[in-house]
Design a protein around this ligand. Structure first.
Ligand code: SF4
Length: 504
């Protein structure tokens, strides 16, 4: 018997949610046998300076990775409210396929029947004509209760079964949750490749050595990267997270891995176990592209001549694009995609005055070249940035444009400052090479030019809809400050009473 497992069973109610005590959930999960998993997450995804950035349910990252893969089914095991939110979000982002769900109640959770139900669901779905893999994701409550997905069969009729725990109290961001699943799949695929021959990619095997690209990016970027690599005799390999199981083998087979997004710690562990060198940063802007080509070329044992040839081919075009589309303005930037430092580099090389970069992701060795470059230019880089830090930067630097997450953008607009939502408007654009330079400038300059519109709108609406006037009213809002004053008076009175009682 596992000494870490509480013999009396899980002690988490079926209706526990993100706001229940994290420590309690963590302790319950540890007692239920998930201690090793949580310890690995704590090492892979270090927290601090505060507990967890404010962002969506982390499990969405894993769910999205599974839903974007061909011939892959994803099944969630969690509270109905969590599953409702996650499926809603996945369809909002165009999943266009079903998300599996194994419901539970207190009884099935406590008696262990939930695991049997999950096993039954997996067997029922494991149809090799439809699926290469089935992903099962334990959300907070089943993780805290120790639902043992590791006991699921590894494979049923050739369909691979990948079970992962993605609790909000163990995985800080949805970005890192992408890594949890990508890492688990790479680990599985590495075992398969080590055991014998595996399927070739659908597009065939490249006749040149390839560079695996780690991190989701705009579809045109891998094409542009391929063109940049060509003079070095290299080709762009698969993008991880992959869109199909068999691409995992090709990804592991790359000569070099480019950690374009720097938070894929578990995936990097698998690449390193496969003997692949990993290079940080990305080909953004002039300095970034030159340094990246140099680093990739060296890691792939390319001669200095060929590295120079690659640089000569692309750098003048990038220089031209940066010069043709300058950005003038003071900008603060924050997001939770992991590409924030790359975007900041590109903005600065375009001429922008960037003062602050906040990222929900942690500091890793693969973001270090970008952090150093930004720090040398006086930019404050905040890893694991909180909403409060992003807003404080906005107040301190009085930017002419704020690029940020939804609540940051909302605050900026309230303060009549033009703002752009990072996830939808910045990270969903090409960033690499000459194409990236021009494309980013277009959207940023258009936003910077919007100040007059913000002023006009703000003057027009005045105080309408602010503070106590917010919401939908059928008549002119009647403010009742006396109610608030009365509540405050009662709270003060109660606090004084409590204090007096404590002193007795
Ligand atoms: S699974 Fe996500 S939504 Fe549900 S309690 Fe955990 S963090 Fe919150």
């Amino acid at each position: 018997m596992n000494p870490d497992v509480d013999p009396e069973g899980p002690r988490i109610p079926a209706a526990a949610d993100c706001h229940d005590g994290r420590e309690r959930m963590h302790a319950a999960a540890t007692a239920a046998g998930k201690g090793d998993t949580l310890a690995r997450y704590a090492a892979d995804y270090p927290k601090g300076p505060h507990d967890q950035p404010q962002s969506m349910c982390p499990a969405f990252g894993s769910l999205r990775v599974g839903l974007r893969m061909r011939r892959t089914m994803t099944i969630l095991s969690g509270s109905a409210c969590c599953v409702y939110g996650l499926t809603f979000t996945s369809h909002f982002y165009g999943a266009r396929r079903s998300v599996g769900y194994v419901p539970f109640n207190s009884e099935t959770l406590v008696t262990g029947k939930l695991f049997e139900d999950i096993r039954e669901a997996v067997y029922a779905q494991a149809d090799p004509t439809q699926y290469d893999a089935i992903v099962v994701i334990n959300l907070c409550v089943p993780t805290a209760s120790g639902v043992p997905l590791q006991l699921l069969p590894r494979e049923i009729d050739g369909v691979r079964i990948v079970g992962i725990d993605v609790p909000g109290f163990g995985v800080p961001t949805h970005a890192e949750a992408k890594d949890v699943l990508a890492g688990a799949m790479l680990r599985y695929a590495r075992g398969e490749a080590e055991a014998g021959p595996v399927a070739a990619p659908r597009t065939g095997v490249s006749d040149r050595a390839t560079v695996t690209l780690l991190g989701e990016m705009f579809p045109a970027d891998p094409v542009g990267i391929g063109m940049m690599l060509e003079p070095m005799g290299l080709a762009a390999g698969p993008v991880v997270p992959t869109r199909e199981w068999r691409e995992l083998y090709a990804a592991l087979d790359g000569a070099v891995v480019a950690a374009i997004h720097p938070f894929y710690t578990a995936s990097v562990r698998e690449f390193e176990a496969a003997g692949r060198p990993v290079v940080g940063s990305a080909p953004v802007g002039l300095d970034g592209t030159a340094a990246w080509l140099e680093a990739i070329g060296r890691a792939a044992n390319v001669s200095a001549d060929r590295i120079d040839a690659a640089k000569q081919r692309v750098l003048p075009a990038i220089q031209g694009a940066l010069a043709r589309t300058p950005i003038r303005g003071r900008i603060t930037l924050s997001g939770y995609e992991g590409s924030e430092l790359l975007v900041a580099r590109l903005l600065i090389e375009s001429g922008a005055d960037v003062r602050y970069v906040g990222s929900a992701c942690p500091k890793t060795p693969w973001s270090e070249p970008d952090r150093e470059w930004l720090a040398a230019r006086g930019v404050h880089v905040q890893f694991r940035a909180s909403l409060e830090q992003d807003l404080a930067a906005m107040r301190e630097f009085s930017p002419q444009l704020v690029i940020g997450t939804t609540p940051v953008v909302q605050k900026a607009k309230e303060a009549r400052t033009p703002a752009l939502y990072f996830t939808n408007l910045i990270s969903a654009r090409p960033l690499m090479g000459p194409g990236g330079a021009g494309s980013l400038a277009q959207v940023v300059n258009a936003a910077l030019g919007n100040q007059a519109r913000f002023d006009a709108m703000s003057d027009f609406f005045g105080e309408t809809g602010r503070g106590d006037r917010a919401g939908v009213w059928e008549s002119t809002p009647r403010l009742r400050p006396e109610f608030r004053a009365e509540t405050r008076r009662q709270l003060d009175k109660a606090a004084k009473k409590r204090k007096a009682e404590e002193m007795l």
